[in-house]
Ligand binder design. Structure first.
Ligand SMILES: [Zn+2]
Length: 328
């Protein structure tokens, strides 16, 4: 079962079948207790929880399509990273404001409609490790409607994982996925993968339709959140500004998927982007703003726990991870 799920996972990501499967299998369920990371932002208590990870291989053309492989490889090697894969973390942010618990995205889930295998879908267990029950979650903000962000809303049988939570999604994002023929003409996504994503996302949004609350660009929620459209990865892809007591953190969602490749080269494409050129332009513009503002950043797919700052480096940028003296 686990092997089947994994093979499917590899297929879904459009990755090479020659991947050493033994190494992948050896990695499964190696974490006995999932870590979480807590910190305060003004009056808010923030907890980072892991949903697991997604391995993308080969690096090209998933990343930097059309760029000479020697250029990409040397960047990876100089950063002591593998040249054969990019590991994407799945970092979920939980915000506690009084009795309210707000989740930003929900990970891949149990494979309600797309099976990502056992390397992800850990959110409910990870929340339990952090002392949060599904019933305590009051609100869920979805940054965009990809399966690794909305898959965790449902159990395999279609029932809700978070029965009391109100779900929020960009009106533009909802309209895009629910249209008769969403436009992927500017994307480099694998066509087989796209077919599955379209079926899965449409099905999930249809179930959500009666209850979901749609938001517009710059909408404010709960007196501590501002939602900013950052189109390109998807049309309604949204950055979540979290603020309290004069402090701010920006959840950059899927603005970028690799620290060592996309900060120095925000113009390099990513196969998961719906509009490759627009995503690159948005990435470059937002990185400039984050660097200028010295803003604290939270990133969904960057290495655990995804917290840091963007710094200018020459004409480009670099990721400065926050570090901690002890776990927790
Ligand atoms: Zn994602």
């Amino acid at each position: 079962m686990e092997r089947r799920a994994l093979l499917k996972d590899i297929f879904l990501l459009g990755v090479s079948a020659s991947l050493p499967l033994k190494r992948l299998l050896a990695q499964q369920n190696s974490i006995k207790q999932r870590p979480f990371h807590q910190f305060r932002l003004g009056e808010l208590e923030l907890t980072v929880i892991t949903d697991g990870s997604i391995r993308m291989t080969p690096v090209q053309p998933n990343f930097a399509a059309g760029i000479p492989s020697a250029t990409v490889d040397s960047l990876l090697v100089n950063n002591f990273r593998s040249t054969s894969e990019i590991d994407l973390g799945i970092n979920i942010l939980a915000i506690r404001k009084g009795k309210q618990i707000i989740l930003i995205d929900t990970g891949t889930g149990t494979g309600f409609d797309m099976d990502f295998g056992s390397a992800s879908g850990w959110l409910p267990k990870s929340l339990a490790d952090a002392g949060i029950t599904p019933e305590q979650v009051t609100d869920i903000i979805i940054t965009h409607a990809h399966p690794d962000h909305i898959g965790g809303l449902f159990n395999r049988d279609g029932s809700l994982v978070f029965p009391k939570a109100q779900v929020y999604l960009s009106a533009i994002e909802y309209a895009f996925w629910m249209s008769d023929k969403p436009d992927f003409s500017k994307s480099k996504i694998n066509s087989e993968l796209l077919k599955q994503v379209l079926v899965s996302t449409h099905k999930i949004l249809k179930i959500l339709k009666p209850s979901v609350r749609l938001f517009d660009d710059q909408a404010e929620l709960f007196g501590c959140i501002r939602l900013q459209r950052a189109a390109g990865h998807t049309p309604g892809h949204t950055l979540v500004h979290v603020y309290s007591g004069g402090e701010e953190l920006v959840h950059i969602a899927d603005l970028l998927h690799s620290d060592v490749l996309q900060f120095p080269h925000s113009e390099w494409g990513f196969s998961g982007d719906t509009d490759t050129a627009l995503a690159a332009a948005t990435r470059t513009k937002e990185l400039a703003a984050l660097a200028a503002g010295k803003t604290k950043v939270f990133a969904y797919h960057l290495p655990w726990p995804g917290i840091g700052h963007v710094r200018s480096k020459g004409e480009a940028y670099e990721w400065v991870m926050e570090t901690y003296p002890i776990p927790g």
